[in-house]
Design a protein around this ligand. Sequence first.
Ligand SMILES: *Cc1c(COP(=O)(O)O)cnc(C)c1O
Length: 365
Amino acid sequence: MQSIFKKNLEKLSAYQPGPSTDEIKKMYGLEKVVKLDSNENVYGASPNVQKAIIEDALFPELYPDCRNSDLRDELSKRLCVHSDRFLFGAGLDEIIVLISRAFLDASSSIVMAWPTFYEYYCHAQIEGAATKKIPCTPDGKHDLQAMLRAIDGTTKVVWICNPNNPTGTYLTKDELDAFIEAVPKNVLIVIDEAYIDFVTAKDFPNGLNYLNAFENVLVLRTFSKAYGLASFRIGYAIGSLRIIDEINKVRPPFNNPRLSQVAALAALRDDAFKKDCINKNRKVLAETAIFLRKKGIQFFDSQANFIYIKTDHPEQVALYCRKHGFLINSFQDGVRVTIGKSEDMKRFLPILEKTLLDRVTESSI
Ligand SMILES: *Cc1c(COP(=O)(O)O)cnc(C)c1O
């Protein structure tokens, strides 16, 4: 008998959230749990966001503006990009779904780095496309030469995460220039710039600068990280009209709630708040790097609001930190730590040091 289930989904499992901070407090008898696991803005969001939402909390019965006009116009002005070249989604998560839906099928493939943002992989699988995961170089960067070699006649989308999550490393302008030049024009290059606001490197390439010369480049940005609006689910893509029109065919028309649009506009206009968060992040990131270096702990230099630390027992490290009130993420050969507030990092780093270097783990306490 025919199964109701899709073959493509067989090997996938649903996103498994860890225990909530309240559950962890109860589990370990903690008074405070600090989230350093999702790269959220540890300084919150602009106070203007709350004001704007309260003023706008009327008309819950109306569908939102499906063009996101006010935010679109403000971004268009600020970024000097024509307003028709934007597409908005319920976070970049949804935009990654829409890109996969619009371009991928069982006869196609994607090329991506590994480790990088998991959703690129997940949604290619859902569409039945083949996924070519190209291991990062030993210094945590996309291996662009190997990624180029992996592109073949079936490749529809190449994913570039710059700076890369979870390694925090970045591709320089020269490296990305040469890569984009070499990728065939019938392959879509998506540059995910979720962390661009935190970047300080002078040779970092702004993806927008490729848009005029390359119709096959699409740039992704989000309000979830530097703007502190993760709960509002709002992000956007910028690209050529041909690509944007195509993705719009699969976009649900009312995918951005009215209050998310209002919140994003208020956050966007508060330049001072964002700048302050970025400066604080820069300072605490530098302090963290100094600490790690002094202790001989291996990590990748980061351009984002998190840092990747190498270890051969990542899951035990994450568990130990959790037991001590700090949530971090584990990967195959390391842990990713969001750069928290200065006072939280001062408490956290000695705990991390203990489990990393002395190999003190949860079970050995
Ligand atoms: C956080 C993140 C996203 C998703 O952000 P949204 O909250 O869905 O906008 C996308 N890409 C990368 C690399 C991220 O780290």
